[in-house]
Design a protein. Sequence first.
Length: 289
Amino acid sequence: MLPLVIPFPNIDPAIFTLDLGGFQFSLRWYALAYIGGLVLGWRLMVWLMRRPALWPHNRSPMRTEEPEEMLTWMVLGVVLGGRLGFVLFYNPSYYAQNPLEIIQVWQGGMSFHGGFLGVIVATLLFTRAKGIPLWQASDAVALATPTGLLFGRLANFINGELYGRATDVWWAMQFPTIAPNGARDWTNLTEPRHPSQLYEAFLEGLVLFVVMWVIAVRGGLKRPGLMVGIFFFGYGLSRFVVEFFRQWDAQLSEMVAAYGITMGQILSLPMILIGLVLIANALRRPAVA
């Protein structure tokens, strides 16, 4: 008996398309998710900087105009790190044979873990250049990140990509397959699968955002590094759990079959361990009033 299946919403991945004299420009939900996540993260950081009472010594680590400057560094870190992470972590042999495709970001292929490493490097360089306390600035960046994850996973869902494994749960969905030209093929649907993009949006985005902000406004920012630790641990744990429901990456299926663990889980384990160490260190020190 077929399970009860929820219809997958037919939302066009392109919000609009303009024909500019033979050249077509499309604004896609995925691009808007990146833009929206970065802009909202910037505004959240400005909000934090305007509340010095939340920070050690009742002094904000940055001036209110500095998060906007930091945004440019974050964009470069996310794009460069995300693309290079996808190339190196998920399909290095293919890109070694097709190096020109590495720069074709518009064709898709971004790694969160790579983008996250890019953000770390950008934060290190920016704080050093500006003389800003590293851990306090990093706490602000960590607090602003879950909203971007939420938007990004919702965009993955709209695109019908990164769906989950086959299942018979009542909320399973049938996704359109992706044709060779990148279009969604509605005449050839997948078997019922977990909408794992929504699981990630809920855990990595909404739940992590609420938990971190509740702790932050109740004194968490008085312990430098605590928010970073909670983010590392919370994201790593969420991603590790959801990987049990996500479809394996095609190029990694042999590794998963051999070892029973996905690349997403391998990359998440160090995040969990680093998060626990940072949380322990932050809690071991007294809060800075």
